[in-house]
Design a protein. Sequence first.
Length: 461
Amino acid sequence: MLNKLSGWHDTIVALATPPGIGALGVIRLSGDKAINIIDLLFPSKNISDQLSHTLHVGLLKENEKLLDQVVISVYKNPASYTGEDVVEISCHGSSYVQDQIIQAVIRKGARIANPGEFTQRAFLNGKLDLIQAEAVADLIVSSTAASQKAALHNIRGKFSEILKDMRDQLIQFSSLIELELDFSEEDVEFADRKKFVELIDIISITTKKLLGSFALGNVIKNGVSVAIVGKPNAGKSTLLNTLLNDNRAIVSEIAGTTRDTIEETLNINGILFRMIDTAGIRDHSADVIENLGILKSLEKIEEADIVLYLFDAGNLEISDVKKVKEKLTKQNKNFFLVVNKSDIINKQNVENLLQSVHEILFISAKENTGIEELKANLFLSVTSQTPLTENTVITNARHYAALFEIEKSLSEIRDGLTNNIFTDLLSLEIRRCLHHLGEITGEITNEDRLDYIFSKFCIGK
Ligand SMILES: Nc1nc2c(ncn2[C@@H]2O[C@H](COP(=O)(O)OP(=O)(O)OP(=O)(O)O)[C@@H](O)[C@H]2O)c(=O)[nH]1
Ligand SMILES: [Mg+2]
C-alpha cells in the first residue's frame, strides 16, 4: 500500500457549497483537530462530548466576535465520509460570512483543503476504492440520467465487485502456481491447468464486455456531437429550432442565412447530444463571410460523431443524395440522410428515392413531423451496440486502458497454458494481470497518479 501523502495529518477545511450568495452554505472540516477547533469557536456546547451523527444549533464566535448562527453536524472517526473526525458547519449563505468562518477556522489550526482532498482521504482510509472515488466526481458533474446512473452504479461498488471477483479467482490459481515454484525440484502440478483455462476464458469474456461498453461509456460521459449540414435553405436552422422547441437560430427563405455554427445540447432519453447548426454548403458564393462559414461546416463534418445531412424536398436531385451518401461512406462517418420539407413533397420523387437510396428519413422541420423518429434513430445509433442496461458501463479512459492491458495479459496466460510454458513465466504473467486489476481499484497506485486524479475534483469534496 502506498505511503500516506504529505500533509496527511493536517486538519483541512473548505466550503462544500458553491461560492456566492445562497440561502445556506456548508463548510466542512476533516482531521484530528476538527472537533477541537469547533470547540474553540462554539461556546454554547462542548462538541467533543457529543455523540457522533448529531446536530447542534448555536452561535459561532471567535473570542468575543460573533460570526454567525449555525448548525454543527458531527461525525466521529471512523464513521465519517473521510474516516477521520468530520464537522460540517451549516451557516448562512453570504460569501462574507463564509470567508469569516473559514478564516477563523484556519486561525485555530486548520488549512484549506486541496481539490478532492476529502475524497482522497476517504480513499486512503479505505472508505472508498479508486473507482468509487472517481464516481463521486462523475456524479457531481453528471447532467443526464445516463451519466447519473453510471456514476451511482460505480459508487455502489458494482464495478468494483466484478473486479474483486476476477482478482480473487486469479489469486487462488496464482497461489497454487507459486506453490509449484516452491516445489519446483519435485515437478508437481497443484493447479489444474484445464480448470485454469476455463477460468481465464470466463474472465476474458467479462473483460471484453467491459471494453466493449466503453463506446457507450464515452457517449454517456461526453455526449455525442451531431452536425446538421446540407445546402442553403434545406431547413437546418428550422430543424435545430424544432428539436430544441425554441427559436434559437434565425430562419429565413434567403439562402445563406446561417453564417457561423450554432451549438446547443439536446437530451434524448438521458443521452446528451450536441446539435450543431451549420452554414449551408454551396460551391459558389461571392460572399467572403459565407465562404468562411462553409469552411467551418466542412470542418464540423470532419469533427462530428454523427452527420445529419439535410436535403430540401422541394429541390431534390437523386444524384445529389447518392453523391453525398458515397462521400460520407468514404469518409467513414456515422451519418443520416434526411429529406426535409416532406409537407411539400412530390410523391413520385419519394418513391424513386426510396428505391434507389436505402435508409433515408423524411421529416418536416416546420410541421414537426418525423422528428420523434429522427430522435429515436439518433438515440439508437449510439446505444444499440451496448443497450442501456443495469450492466457496468466503462466511462473512464483510465479504466479502459487498464482493462486493455488485462485482456492482453489474459490472452498471454491462455497461450502460455496451451503451450505448457514454464511455471515461472506463467506466474509472472498472472502477477502482471493482477497488477492491472489492482490499478483500477487503486490497490496499486502511486502518489503522482492519485494527485492527478483528485486534482480534477471540486474543492470541498
Ligand atoms: N415547407 C417547409 N418549409 C420549411 C421547412 N423547414 C424549413 N422551411 C423553410 O425553408 C426556409 C429555409 O429554412 P432555414 O431553416 O433558414 O434553412 P437553412 O438550411 O438553415 O438555411 P441556411 O442557413 O441559409 O443554410 C425557411 O423559409 C423555412 O421556413 C419544412 O419542413 N417545410
Ligand atoms: Mg440556417
